[in-house]
Design a protein around this ligand. Structure first.
Ligand SMILES: Nc1ncnc2c1ncn2[C@@H]1O[C@H](COP(=O)(O)OP(=O)(O)OP(=O)(O)O)[C@@H](O)[C@H]1O
Ligand SMILES: Cc1cn([C@H]2C[C@H](O)[C@@H](COP(=O)(O)O)O2)c(=O)[nH]c1=O
Length: 234
């Protein structure tokens, strides 16, 4: 399989700002001429979106955490087959809102054996791990406050089945994400999600350019082309 594209995942707690920042990164990449696919988990393909509905609406709430983890893995396998792998084969950039690390954290926190999660991850991702994972880190209370404000001010529905968990559960998830970042320092970058939108966007862009060195020269070229001429050309 010849995969020319670049695969970036965003991880973090509820309301950290992942979706907002993915759209901002998409705009920056597009302005440099890249094709960008924005997608999410659970979901991102017709079959996986059906599983998403089942998982988040509470239809699957009778499942124990191990069975639930298997549903997330099934959705992931379908998402990879139908969306991620084809996009990377075309040479696109794929920006994915949550991926396998969310299973490690959410289902791990719920008590699923890490060795079982290892096997599940191997089976579901089939080698398709991200080139870069951006962990948008924020205290759980701040993220949850944003989420409830979002629900009041937008058409977003009520809290999903994971958002309603106790604050202590959300804080444990935050610690687990940070622990994962420590374990995989070459894949993860941790971004402070408490800053304002523009500062967070700039920090993420800086991290992406540092990780994918080809972007640095492309950006410099586009800035030169777009730069004012000051009467220096013939
Ligand atoms: N840096 C920020 N400062 C203040 N508000 C923010 C910031 N980033 C995002 N928000 C707001 O917080 C809310 C949640 O943001 P967003 O949907 O991007 O988070 P998310 O991490 O994708 O959340 P979830 O995982 O719950 O879907 C939105 O209303 C958004 O406008
Ligand atoms: C991929 C994945 C997600 N979850 C949880 C995390 C969130 O609470 C929801 C997804 O909602 P979002 O608004 O799109 O962030 O699902 C999980 O428990 N396990 C996973 O693998």
């Amino acid at each position: 399989m010849d995969l020319q594209g670049r695969f970036i995942t965003f991880e973090g707690g509820e309301g950290a700002g992942k979706t907002t920042q993915i759209l901002r990164l998409q705009n920056r990449l597009k302005s440099l001429g890249h094709h960008v696919v924005v997608t999410r988990e659970p979901g991102g393909s017709p079959g996986a979106e059906k599983i998403r509905h089942m998982l988040l609406s509470g239809d699957a709430k009778d499942l124990k955490p191990r069975g639930e983890a298997m549903l997330f893995a099934a959705a992931r396998a379908d998402h990879i087959d139908h969306t991620i792998e084809p996009a990377l084969s075309r040479g696109d950039w794929v920006l994915c809102d949550r991926f396998a690390d969310s299973t490690r954290v959410y289902q791990g926190e719920a008590g699923v054996d890490p060795a079982f999660l290892d096997l599940l991850e191997i089976a579901a991702v089939a080698g398709m791990m991200p080139d870069l994972t951006i962990l948008v880190d924020i205290p759980a209370s701040v993220g949850l406050a944003r989420v409830s404000k979002r629900a009041e001010t937008t058409a977003a529905g009520g809290p999903d089945r994971f958002e309603i968990d106790d604050l202590a559960v959300h804080e444990r998830r935050r610690s687990m994400f940070l622990e994962l970042a420590l374990q995989h320092p070459y894949r993860f970058v941790v971004i402070n999600g408490e800053q304002d939108l523009d500062a967070t966007e700039a920090n993420i862009w800086h991290a992406v350019v540092r990780h994918f060195s080809e972007l640095g020269s492309k950006q410099a070229k586009s800035e030169m082309i777009g730069a004012p001429d000051h009467g220096q050309s013939a």
